[in-house]
Write a new protein. Structure first.
Length: 279
């Protein structure tokens, strides 16, 4: 083998290793959804204008591209603000000259550490939640002070109010007031009057139709206060593993018979469902 051939083979091997290494790096970026910042003066101007609004306490932002194309930048803005600042912030978002779609998130703060959050898919111009965020936040501040709630439209068919607080005492403090006022919250949201309201958290999940709020509130209050129920859930969309929709309950064994009777006699749609007791 000539010296030139040896050099050529060595160069090919080095080149193959380099290409293979680059491919591994790019594949790793794709798997990890690695983001690469792509700053833009117009985007910075938009977020700076929002940050200057009285009542806005924090603005997080990012504009990025992803491997392997490194094209079509994505933009994200998260705003934490007093609820009174939301109309001005929304007006800025609607009127901005920034040409790209923006994914929006809002944390609206009220008295007593009450917080209502919502997220909008990437859009050009006005953030679109599918409901009136300002009115919903105002109603939650009124009926459930101290709660931390995320509001959303799920599966285009349920108005959902969710808490991540799993402490038993917070079900009564944060979620039961939302159950009791499901009809006024639906009206505040401006959604279809027939749309169910889903109130959920780690220990509670109920789907409330029109004029069912008082009935579900009474049932849940009795189950929790008098029968030691620590978990109660039904509905929420999706298909159960065994294909049978049911009420899932956690409570002491001695309370099971009474709980089944209360649910069956409630006169609510949940009365028709079988009850499954969990450990």
């Amino acid at each position: 083998m000539t010296t030139r051939a040896r050099i050529g083979i060595a160069a090919a091997v080095v080149g193959a290793i380099a290409v293979g290494g680059a491919a591994v790096v790019v594949f790793g970026w794709m798997i990890d959804e690695t983001r690469f910042d792509r700053p833009d003066p117009a985007f910075d101007a938009l977020t700076a204008e929002i940050a200057a609004v009285p009542g806005v306490s924090d603005v997080q932002k990012q504009r990025w591209v992803e491997a392997p194309l490194f094209a079509n930048p994505s933009s994200w803005v998260q705003v934490t603000a007093e609820a009174s600042a939301f109309p001005e912030v929304r007006e800025i978002a609607c009127d901005t000259a920034y040409p790209d779609a923006v994914e929006w998130g809002f944390d609206l703060e009220g008295a007593g550490a009450t917080r209502v959050s919502a997220y909008a898919d990437a859009v050009r111009g006005c953030p679109a939640f599918g409901f009136d965020l300002e009115a919903v936040a105002s109603e939650i501040f009124r009926v459930a002070p101290g709660s931390v709630i995320q509001a959303a439209i799920w599966d285009a068919e349920r108005f959902a109010l969710s808490s991540l607080d799993g402490r038993p005492e917070e079900v009564g403090a944060q979620l039961l007031p939302l159950v009791a006022h499901a009809d006024t919250l639906r009206a505040a949201a401006g959604v279809d009057p027939e749309m169910p309201v889903e109130v959920s958290g780690p220990r509670l999940g109920v789907e409330i139709g029109p004029d069912e709020a008082a009935g579900y509130h009474a049932l849940l209050t009795t189950l929790i206060d008098e029968h030691d129920v620590t978990y109660f859930a039904f509905g929420g969309g999706g298909t159960p593993i065994d294909g049978v929709e049911k009420v899932q309950v956690t409570a002491p064994d001695a309370q099971h018979d009474a709980i089944e009777r209360l649910i069956a006699d409630s006169g609510l749609p949940v009365a028709a469902l079988p009850v499954a007791f969990l450990e």
